[in-house]
Design a protein around this ligand. Structure first.
Ligand code: ATP
Ligand code: MN
Length: 342
């Protein structure tokens, strides 16, 4: 099944929905004020975290009935958890001005959006393009939500040293027909192989169908090294369990399997941030977990804007307790992978 992609928005071009969109939920239509009125300032804009929210009653997700104001309030509530995952990293946003089911826009640049507290990074970081974005504080986050943002994606590098990735991400994508147990199994296989190479990893639900395995790194290696290592680890996994894991992109290559997507480890690629909401029905959230939770987990969209805060209240520690972990890709690891020895 082909995944829907957000439309890429070129910098400078105003992102406009192509049309009202046939798949737009019927009752979302009435909630959307005409552009001229919503931008005129004549209508009341409730403040959320100090940011005025236009069209606050507009339905963002028909399944949960979440309004734009409620989404902003959720982001304000989750901000202390989310911001550490956004701070200091180039960012992409996925906006859905017409809500979930409407057209989405994948955007790495400011364009004509008004988000004064979203940083625009030094143009030297990405010389041929417009300035990259970064959110370091809650006001910028809420300004992004005010501009219709639902998802926040980040790079695998921090903007003070963009040539040195500080993590690798394996994105496990299942054939949608597979039972969840196979995702758990593939996640464990990935973790075990990494452990065998002496690497600790963090885990999060994608909020969609799969899991994300995140390997934190000290910033010794460049992109070529990190992405090459990710590819070889994936090929090793697929070699060990070819009936269960695929290292090749495309739905035809993962029939009955899980595709381990290692391609997000190139410069400029991004992945949804931990604690970001997803622009999907029910507004699921990408949530960090510990390995021990995998056995009880029943789906990657287990947590959403409605039930996540309860989990965080019950378990107030971030499961990613790897701040003290200092690990990098060594010559010995690369050599072992290259030789193909076990
Ligand atoms: P799932 O578990 O359902 O696979 P996911 O987060 O792993 O969820 P997607 O939401 O399909 O998968 O992620 C798409 C990836 O492609 C993300 O890394 C995102 O940053 C990137 N992306 C999405 N839309 C675009 C686009 N229009 N142009 C470039 N990159 C995009
Ligand atoms: Mn995925």
């Amino acid at each position: 099944m082909a995944k829907e992609r957000a439309r890429n928005v070129e910098s400078g071009a105003e992102a406009k929905p192509r049309s009202a969109g046939a798949r737009r939920p019927a009752h979302a239509t009435s909630g959307r004020a005409p552009r001229s009125r919503s931008s005129s300032g004549s209508k009341a804009r409730p403040l959320v975290g100090g940011v005025g929210i236009s069209s606050p009653e507009r339905i963002v997700d028909a399944e949960t009935g979440t309004t734009k104001q409620a989404l902003a309030e959720f982001y304000l509530e989750i901000a202390d958890w989310l911001l550490p995952h956004l701070q200091g990293r180039p960012l992409s946003i996925v906006r859905a001005p017409d809500g979930v089911g409407g057209e989405t826009f994948f955007q790495r640049h400011m364009g004509r959006l008004k988000m004064p507290h979203v940083r625009q990074l030094d143009p030297a970081l990405d010389p041929k393009h417009a300035r990259l974005l970064q959110i370091d504080e809650v006001t910028g986050l809420l300004e992004a939500v005010q501009m219709g943002t639902i998802e926040l994606h980040t790079w695998n590098a921090r903007s003070d040293r963009v040539e040195r990735p500080d993590r690798i991400i394996f994105d496990l994508d299942p054939d949608p027909a597979l039972p969840w147990a196979r995702m758990v199994e593939a996640t464990c296989m990935t973790l075990d192989l990494l452990k065998d190479f002496g690497l600790q990893a963090q885990l999060k639900t994608s909020g969609g169908r799969g899991m994300h395995v995140v390997v934190p790194l000290t910033r010794r290696q460049d992109w070529e090294c990190a992405s090459g290592f990710a590819r070889r680890i994936t090929e090793r996994l697929a070699g060990e369990a070819p009936e269960r894991i695929s290292a090749k992109m495309g739905p035809q290559n993962r029939v009955g399997k899980i595709f381990v997507d290692y391609l997000r480890n190139q410069k400029g690629a991004s992945t949804v941030a931990a604690y970001s909401v997803r622009a999907r029905p029910g507004l699921p959230v990408s949530v960090p977990i510990v390995r021990e939770e995998l056995a009880e987990l029943d789906a990657a969209n287990r947590w959403n804007v409605t039930n996540l805060m309860q989990r965080l209240r019950e378990q107030p520690h971030d499961p990613w307790q790897l701040d003290g972990v200092r690990q990098c890709i060594t010559w010995a690891m690369r050599d072992r992978l290259r030789r193909g020895a076990s």
